[in-house]
Design a protein around this ligand. Structure first.
Ligand code: ADP
Length: 483
């Protein structure tokens, strides 16, 4: 037998309760009657009725507070108010309170059943709609969850299949995710690393330096070296609301190519040196063999200048070769102030000739460095030489020596033509000469490559800050000695 719908009556007047009960029984409903508040609560708790009829006053309480309480807990239960008389005031308040119907004397059986059935049909319609909506929303949420799960799997597949190594970190340097390549690069095997502090998992000194320097001065690229000779180019990128990404690209073959190229240049330069010395020697002998006419003397001068130019180039290439091959091992305590002074002495003449205004600022407490004095002097000569060479007559050259944290800081600033942004990295390459340099300024394009090699071999950093047309500032940082 199908279960009958349960109607709960909470009305004080027994004559009304009897009539309503009779009418509803006859219409096929189950009826439960309660006489006081506690029973009403228990009854609703035990079996939620399909509908409740509440009297205007029940168990000493006002209908509004009772129905408020019930609807607060079960907002979809239909409630009918039984009022002792019909007033528009009651009808309005019942509607406002969220009740479904309203009964008043004289009560007729068919009116009671009609009102109960009307309210239940409406409540069922509402219930069905609610269920449909919940089902639809749940299905769409499940669909969305399915999509984001499949997106996640896709993303993971992409990340694990890219050839570069990839590490994702949160703001506290804890590992969020890595791909398989990173495990191979750092020989991590299969050990669990997610959520761990990267420095505790990977002990590579270059990687730690990248993390330190990126934090301190926003470095984006760094070379990471391994004992087996492999070299990776690491890029450090900030990802808002995630943390940081480090990508690592194997550049060992590029390094090897570079080494082969340097070896080749070195061999050629070496082989050129002896014939050049011979040419210079014989040119001097020509002058001694007998008097030369004016033209012959002029041609010989030009020949000598050209050969001298090639000799300088060859010497610079050999220097660079030595530096790149790591032959520069001499280290001693070096006071930058002294080397700077010696370097400025040799440029005194040129500075005067070009009427350049030179300003030198040396801060107190500039610490000494552990370095090869000959190389550091060469670095000063090249940077200051360029500043004077590229600055037009009457311009300014400012030199500054100071400290930045525990590093010695050198700045060489000029009011020359500046360097276009897109060429600023390239000027440290061998033979690269920027596009906006004045035509007549001579050079080999090797000076800054030598500077970079020297600074690198002293574990320092060099870069340029410049804008085309607004001068350049070359900045060098070198690790200082502790005391
Ligand atoms: P170069 O022998 O051509 O001076 P460098 O290696 O010393 O070679 O410099 C490379 C290039 O960088 C130069 O050709 C020039 O274009 C640019 N450069 C270097 N220093 C400066 C400077 N102080 N001002 C403007 N451009 C500079």
């Amino acid at each position: 037998m199908p279960k009958k719908d349960l109607i709960l009556l909470a009305i004080d007047e027994s004559s009304v309760t009897d009539l309503v009960q009779k009418a509803l029984h006859a219409a096929g409903f189950d009826v439960a009657i309660v006489h006081e508040q506690m029973a009403l609560n228990n009854s609703i708790q035990e079996a939620i009725p399909e509908l409740i009829i509440v009297g205007e006053k029940f168990s000493g309480r006002d209908w509004l507070s009772i129905t408020d309480e019930i609807l607060g807990r079960f907002p979809t239960i239909p409630i009918i108010l039984y009022a002792k008389q019909d007033t528009t005031g009651y009808a309005k308040s019942a509607l406002r309170a969220g009740l479904s119907g309203y009964l008043y004397p004289p009560l007729k059986m068919e009116d009671i059943v009609f009102e109960v059935q009307r309210c239940m049909t409406r409540a069922r319609g509402l219930g069905d709609w609610l269920r449909r909506e919940v089902k639809r929303t749940t299905a769409s949420l499940q669909e969305k969850a399915k999509i984001s799960e499949s997106e996640r799997i896709k993303l993971e597949a992409i990340i694990s299949n890219i050839q570069d190594g990839l590490i994702l970190l949160d703001d506290n340097e804890n590992i969020l995710m890595t791909n398989q390549n990173i495990r191979q690069i750092f020989l991590l095997g299969e050990k669990p690393i997610a959520g761990k502090w990267i420095r505790a998992v990977i002990s590579n000194a270059d990687l730690h330096a990248l993390l330190d320097q990126s934090k301190a001065d926003g470095v984006k690229y760094y070379e990471i070296h391994f004992d087996d000779g492999k070299v990776f180019n690491a890029q450090y990128t900030h990802i808002p609301r995630v943390g940081y990404a480090i990508t690592m690209q194997d550049i060992s073959y590029l390094k090897e190519l570079n080494r082969l190229k340097s070896d080749f240049i070195h061999t050629v330069s070496h082989d050129l040196r002896s014939p050049l010395t011979a040419i210079l020697g014989y040119m001097e002998l020509i002058e001694r063999t007998g008097p030369l006419n004016e033209d012959q003397t002029s041609f010989l001068r030009r020949l000598q200048e050209s050969v001298q130019h090639i000799t300088n180039l060859v010497n610079e290439l050999l220097e660079l070769g030595k530096l790149e091959a790591g032959f520069d091992v001499r280290r001693e305590t070096v006071h930058l102030q002294l080397l700077l002074k010696h370097s400025l002495d040799i440029f005194e003449e040129q500075i005067k000739k070009k009427n350049i205004k030179l300003k030198t600022v040396i801060e107190d407490h500039v610490k000494a460095i552990h370095a090869n004095p000959i190389r550091i002097r060469q670095m000063f000569d090249n940077l200051i030489g360029n500043a004077i060479k590229y600055t037009p007559a009457g311009g300014n050259v400012n030199i500054m020596l100071g400290m930045q944290a525990n590093q010695a800081l050198i700045k060489v600033q000029d009011t020359g033509p500046g360097i276009p942004l897109e060429e600023q990295n390239r000027i440290f390459e061998k033979f690269y000469r920027a596009s906006n340099r004045p035509e007549k300024v001579e050079g080999s394009g090797l000076g800054l490559a030598i500077v970079k090699s020297i600074v690198d071999s002293h574990q320092g950093r060099v870069w340029v800050e410049s804008k085309s047309g607004e001068g350049s500032t070359f900045v060098v940082l070198l690790p200082a000695l502790e005391s």
